[in-house]
Design a protein around this ligand. Sequence first.
Ligand code: SAM
Ligand code: SF4
Length: 342
Amino acid sequence: MDTRVPQLSSAPLIDPFARAISYLRVSVTDRCDFRCVYCMSENMTFLPKADLLTLEELDRLCSRFVAMGVQKLRITGGEPLVRKGILTFFRAMSRHLDSGALQELTLTTNGSQLRKHAAELAECGVRRINVSLDTLDDAKFADITRWGRLAQVLDGITAAKEAGLRVKINAVALKGFNEDEQFSLTDWCAREGHDLTWIEVMPMGDLGNENRLDQYWALSDLRARYAQRFTVTDLPERTGGPARYVRLEETGQKIGFITPLTHNFCESCNRVRLTCTGELYMCLGQEDMADLRAPLRSGPDDAALEQAIRNAIARKPKGHDFDYSRQSVSGQMSRHMSHTGG
Ligand code: SAM
Ligand code: SF4
């Protein structure tokens, strides 16, 4: 793999609404060892391997973004840790941490492979990771992930802690599923020293058997329930994304709420998403995307690639179209989260 640090480009990536693009989320595979009901259907057809960017191509593309001012890289999927050789890619990206061009290299994972990879991730400069975990009940975990085993994930989280990684738990808030675990999950995170963020379920993909409106549990309701038990203080912290944070004063815990269905974060959006086939989505909630694989494969010179990235950023829309307010799912996206990488 290329070990050169790319030349810093003169112009940073600024979109038409004067937002600097400093955060790239990269899906490195559409495959996964789980089949979470809100994310995938049971019988998924995955992409042919030839469609996927190779690890070398991912390196070249991410390095180009870093050269153009991206400071935070989040690796996701599908399940990023099931991609063969993915630690080679993390190792390669760590050179941008060493050079100071990249400030954070991180990943979102279901945790199943952490026992195997946590120590090496830490060696590659990863400091914090997000682990998705919706329930602490064995049977419910098996139900929601279809193929997952809770014990394996909890062991993976332990391995991450042992390797010195900070863990943030992401839980999708699902009505009638984990409503009764709001406090037990919160208490467990407090005991284990993990931050916790709740995610509102999003209308992604046509999964057939699940009714998104039935599962929808408004995070304002979770917040109100916290307020009955704790003193809840809003924190000013903003990440340029849909997360808002509060502190539970009695425990000192920081709790996040990701409400992608609201529009109130778009004005500060600093991120774009790359799929494992090299499509760049400028907004999670819009269909528009730019193909970066063709310019990438057109030759070894990065000029065409850089121009394609700039053209794409020039099309970044002001905001997205999700809306549950009329009790019908409008703005529904046909692609799955595992495609754009959550
Ligand atoms: N496999 C990894 C994992 O589960 O963390 C990374 C990819 S997964 C697509 C990223 C995040 O998207 C997970 O936290 C998952 O819970 C979330 N997610 C998937 N489908 C979703 C949906 N329909 N609504 C809200 N969040 C969703
Ligand atoms: Fe896999 Fe993550 Fe989707 Fe679950 S949410 S099926 S773990 S990609």
